[in-house]
Design a protein around this ligand. Structure first.
Ligand code: PLP
Length: 399
């Protein structure tokens, strides 16, 4: 069962993964190598670094020791051969797509994606000449016949997120990978909502896992970053493209993200425990119409999530019994929970998708997507559960 797995989790490797005591100075935290270029003692050393490279650092856009430490830590957490850090989640995603796709390529994507990703596909990739085919998550059709048909013969890439934003749908990743393999497509999974503590897409057969480090891996809402993990060969190819495009991570960001990741496992464990209690609390209330959380036994995604995740995550959404004005009243009455258009931090935060991530869609379109006016998305933090529940109780009383 998912909860037992969470307790076993990743063992203490999650804390120390990829971090050694600094061999030169003995520093116990990774030093911030805040430098753009690296100097060479002789002309011969310079020539060797360029012509006969042995992993020397030359220029921070091409590699930096603090950033490299972060990449090693993520590889240890996520599995796979190697990782590559980028300036943001979107820098990571766009660099992967520009490496794996060409004009004329066919990309199949699940419709429930972070708006920045779906916008990038339609605003940049489609005009570039990539054919984008959208499929639905969750329906038997989306996971089966329609997905197979969309992939057809010779699709180049299947792109998905699981769990999804903001309706917390769960894609059966291994099954989707099976269909992609039949058509020869590679599979990229945005695993940001799950973190490597709960889900490791490469073990489920995916070729690439991406994360916005800005969310859970950083965990404190103070740093932007992204990361890509895959086989050594694929990451080498994507690294070359990232060096060309330039969306690299800064050493200071790498340091802050490394520090955040030391507590990833305990933060995620606590957020999962809190989220399950909150989901049960909300589900029992008559003034809440619907709760989207794969940890609830009533969720249509409960079984799939239990099969591929160690626990059900810290994200959930719920629909209050009322219109947009009612949702505003609830949100504006909260004292502890902050209104923040991000997620994965130690504090519990929320947003109203209808007036933020999904404002461009009409009400009808949003309702069809499961995003009505009264939907509130919660990113559950690590506070005392009694405090979060009391705050929600106060908010719902405003209905
Ligand atoms: N993927 C998901 C699931 C996200 O929620 C986000 C941002 O909200 C991103 C990717 C993009 O990450 P970033 O803001 O770090 O570019």
């Amino acid at each position: 069962m998912a909860d037992d797995n969470l307790k076993r989790g990743l063992s203490t490797r999650a804390v120390h993964a990829g971090e050694e005591i600094d061999p030169t100075t003995g520093a116990v935290s990774v030093p911030i190598y805040q430098t753009a270029p690296f100097g060479f003692p002789t002309a011969q050393a310079l020539e060797d670094a360029f012509l006969r490279p042995k992993g020397e650092y030359i220029y921070s856009r091409m590699g930096n020791p603090t950033v490299r430490a972060l990449e090693e830590k993520v590889t240890a957490l996520e599995g796979g051969g190697n990782s590559l850090a980028a300036a943001s989640g979107m820098a990571a995603i766009s660099t992967v797509m520009f490496t794996l796709l060409r004009p004329g390529a066919r990309l199949v994507a699940y419709r429930d994606l972070y708006g920045g990703s779906s916008g990038f596909f339609s605003r940049i990739l489609e005009p570039w000449g990539v054919e984008v085919i959208w499929v639905e998550v969750g329906s038997e059709q989306g996971d089966g016949a329609v997905l197979r048909e969309a992939l057809g013969e010779g699709a180049d890439l299947l792109y998905l997120e699981s769990p999804t934003n903001p309706t917390l749908k769960v894609v059966d990743i291994a099954r989707a990978v099976g269909f992609a393999r039949e058509s020869g497509a590679k599979v990229v999974v945005d695993s940001t909502f799950a973190t490597p503590i709960l889900q490791r897409p490469l073990e489920l057969g995916a070729d690439i896992a991406v994360h916005s480090l800005t969310k859970y891996l950083g965990g404190h809402g103070d740093t932007t970053g992204g990361v890509i993990t895959g086989s050594t060969d694929l990451i080498a190819e994507i690294r070359t493209r990232l060096i060309d495009l330039g969306g690299i991570m800064d050493p200071m960001a790498a340091f802050l993200l490394l520090r955040g990741m030391k507590t990833l496992k305990v933060r995620v464990e606590r957020a999962c425990e809190n989220a399950l209690e909150i989901a049960r609390f909300l589900e029992a209330r008559p003034d809440v119409r619907r709760v989207n959380y794969p940890g609830l036994e009533s969720s249509p995604f409960h079984e799939t999530a239990g099969g591929q995740m160690a626990a059900f995550g810290g994200m959930l959404s719920f629909e209050v019994d009322g219109d947009l004005a009612a949702a505003h009243r609830v949100v504006d009455s909260l004292k502890l929970i902050k209104i923040v258009p991000s997620l994965g931090s130690v504090e519990t935060t929320l947003l109203l998708p209808a007036v933020s991530s999904h404002y461009k869609f009409s009400r009808e379109e949003r309702e069809a997507m499961g995003v009505p006016d009264g939907l509130i998305r919660l990113s559950v933090g690590i506070e005392e559960i009694e405090d979060i529940l009391a705050d929600l109780e106060t908010g719902l009383a405003a209905l």
